[in-house]
Design a protein around this ligand. Structure first.
Ligand SMILES: [Zn+2]
Length: 291
């Protein structure tokens, strides 16, 4: 009796294991890279699928948004800077005409990376906001959050991303823990390029201008929608030379470096957002996507 139960359990396990192996065999999925750091950007490739396949999935609790790519489908994966390090589940589901739907799942390893600590001293009047300014800043933050929740269903970018400004020094500051006049603040989720006022700022890739505004903290800014939840933000501009809704190409001038908003000197504050994830712009520049 006990033997029979053990045999039944063994048979069930064999079935479970072969179902898992079958699912893995059925879908050929490659992660580039296999591990991602906090703020990191990578991509996942589901190979050998028809262009009209329906592909959906998630990784580390965030949706993956797929587009046809290199004989299969791909999605950009962005890891928010404040994600908990460790192994996070991912899953992918594929439906193709005339075929049984297929799924696959696994774990994506997210690793820690060191972030600098920046101590800044500003005139106390710029740090302590009056209630009206406090409200204004809150409304502006909310406008960005709302924009980033808006998902354009097609990919508007192509190929590699380009740096948005010709600066002599490499940019700094992504993920920096900021201590402002002795008090800890939210991490800095962009990079800062120091450049003379008036230096042209260019679009990192093709897309559509989604926002043009003048914010208390970020000053004059442009946000470009690259589709499928990917946005780039260019802030503290002296001037902007594009209009809302305008299509832009990679490398097209969209404005000029300035020191508008709360800035200690002329620089470009460049941020990248993928859905709700705040990601490292330098990781986006290194994204090895050919087309
Ligand atoms: Zn900045």
């Amino acid at each position: 009796m006990r033997q029979a139960a053990a045999a039944a359990l063994f048979a069930a396990l064999v079935v479970a294991v072969s179902v898992a192996a079958l699912a893995a065999e059925n879908l050929e999925i490659v992660w580039h890279p296999a591990r991602l750091a906090l703020g990191g950007v990578g991509w996942v490739h589901v190979k050998s699928l028809s262009d009209d396949a329906m592909v959906e999935g998630s990784a580390a609790g965030r949706p993956l948004r797929f587009f046809p790519y290199a004989g299969g489908h791909a999605a950009v994966v962005g890891i928010d800077v404040e994600t908990r390090p460790g192994a996070h589940p991912w899953r992918v589901a594929v439906a193709e005409q005339g075929r049984t739907p297929r799924t696959a799942a696994g774990r994506l390893v997210i690793v820690r990376r060191p972030f600098p600590v920046q101590r800044l001293t500003l005139p106390q009047a710029m740090v302590d906001l009056d209630p009206a300014t406090e409200r204004r800043a809150a409304v502006e933050r909310e406008a960005l959050v709302t924009l980033y929740r808006t998902i354009t269903p097609e990919r508007l970018w192509r190929g590699r991303f380009t740096r948005p400004v010709a600066a002599a020094e490499p940019p700094t500051g992504f993920g920096a823990r900021r201590i402002l006049n002795g008090r800890p603040r939210a991490p800095h989720t962009a990079v800062d390029y120091t450049a003379p006022a008036g230096t042209p700022v260019v679009a990192a890739n093709s897309g559509r201008v989604a926002m043009l505004a003048d914010f208390f903290f970020l000053g004059r800014l442009v946000v470009i929608d690259h589709g499928l939840g990917l946005y780039t933000l260019y802030a503290h501009l002296e001037s902007a030379s594009v209009g809302v809704g305008e299509r832009v190409d990679r490398g097209q001038t969209i404005g000029a470096v300035g020191a508008t908003g709360r800035a200690t000197g002329p620089h470009l504050h460049w941020g990248v957002q993928l859905g709700a994830a705040r990601i490292d712009p330098l990781a986006l520049l290194a994204l090895p996507v050919a087309d």
